[in-house]
Design a binder for this molecule. Structure first.
Ligand code: ATP
Length: 355
């Protein structure tokens, strides 16, 4: 699938701006971005539910939409759709909903495929029920089975797992993805949740204001965000600021190299909570500086919370009274007011000029 310089506006609002995107056969890509950045609109264009104002869309090397027409309608695109607003057919029961797109097969084959998929999504015993008789999460599972049934070449999914509870979400997500990979189906999934994107995809296309600002493997996008907005969108963060002086920026955590930046510019150093290191206070002293963690600065505990896998400790820093958040694996719940020393994993900090 390829989007070539696709733009789309609704009235005066430009929603997609010269969007270029290619997905290879069998690739699983997430369109990730904040609410309103145009993810669903991009998916609807690929599905043939909207016409681009500019640009071209190719599926399987066929031109399927250009800036005037939908040249191939949705059913001819060999795509599966799991959209939040594409509800099940209310007049068909669950079995009929899933088997709907299999009308070219004989009854025995339809029954086999439908029951197999209903079993996969844990809905085999619901076949006789109608959509209004099952919950929203159950409907979503049926919608996934229905989309998988005709073995589409490309699956388009818009936040497909959101209405499922945590355990079911992991289970149904893994199962759906393994069914899709078994059949070599390419997947484009929309989400605004970076963690979900990393769990699901081979590649992440990060969107902002109708454009793709970065595309790459989840590891690269997460660890080499293209700008400070991307870094801030991808995870929780702390910020410290400094002023550039002779290609270096002095901070309470030591000097950072800032080559190529003009003197006087303000830089933001973005640090994820898991990349802060905590040391105990020993008679008013902290750890010695190291090349890995730089210089430590002192803060006092404001709040500690246990979050299950890790503990989150908020500290008020002595140098400017700002609050930094440190994530520590396991149980670490120092009392409020306790002095601790904080340093940062220097190679995991992101340094950007402040906007
Ligand atoms: P979310 O994560 O909240 O679903 P999104 O990134 O998927 O957001 P879109 O649904 O593509 O965003 O919407 C992008 C913008 O386009 C929004 O401001 C939305 O209000 C607007 N928009 C989308 N569809 C239409 C439409 N049919 N008519 C008018 N405006 C629209």
């Amino acid at each position: 699938m390829e989007l070539e310089a696709v733009s789309k506006s609704f009235k005066q609002q430009k929603v997609l701006d010269n969007l270029n995107l290619t997905i290879d056969k069998g690739e699983r890509m997430c369109l990730l971005g904040p609410s309103g950045c145009g993810k669903t609109t991009a998916l609807r264009l690929i599905a043939g539910l909207e016409v681009p104002d500019k640009g071209k869309i190719f599926i399987n090397n066929y031109l399927v939409s250009n800036d005037k027409y939908i040249l191939k309608e949705t059913p001819e695109r060999s795509i599966g759709l799991v959209f939040q607003d594409l509800s099940l057919f209310p007049h068909l029961n669950i079995f009929q909903n899933v088997g709907y797109a299999l009308n070219e097969l004989d009854n025995e084959k339809i029954k086999e495929r439908t029951n197999y998929l209903l079993d996969c999504v844990g809905m085999l015993t619901f076949g006789e029920k109608y959509p209004h008789m099952i919950s929203g999460g159950e409907q979503q599972r049926v919608a996934i089975a229905r989309a998988l049934a005709p073995r589409p070449k490309l699956m388009l999914m818009d936040e497909p797992f959101t209405s499922l509870d945590n355990i079911l979400r992991d289970e149904i997500r893994d199962l759906t993805l393994s069914l899709l990979s078994e059949e070599g189906t390419s997947v484009i999934m929309v989400t605004h949740d970076p963690e979900e994107a990393m769990k699901v995809s081979d590649s992440i296309a990060l969107m902002r204001d109708g454009s793709i600002i970065q595309k790459g493997a989840p590891y690269n996008v997460y660890n080499k965000p293209i700008d400070s907005k991307a870094a801030k969108f991808l995870s929780n963060y702390n910020i410290i600021e400094g002023i550039v002086n002779n290609a270096q920026t002095e901070t309470p955590f030591g000097l950072f190299m800032t080559p190529g930046l003009l003197n006087g510019l303000t830089v933001e150093i973005i640090i994820r909570p898991q990349h802060l290191k905590i040391d105990f206070d020993r008679n008013g002293k902290g750890p010695n500086p190291t090349s890995e963690h730089g210089v430590a600065a002192r803060g006092s505990v404001v709040r500690s919370r246990f979050l299950g896998k890790e503990s989150l400790v908020e500290l008020k820093m002595e140098f400017d009274q700002s609050i930094l958040k440190a994530s520590v694996p396991g149980v670490f719940l120092p009392p409020s007011g306790k002095n601790l020393w904080i340093s940062v994993k220097r190679d995991r900090c992101f340094v950007f000029v402040k906007d």
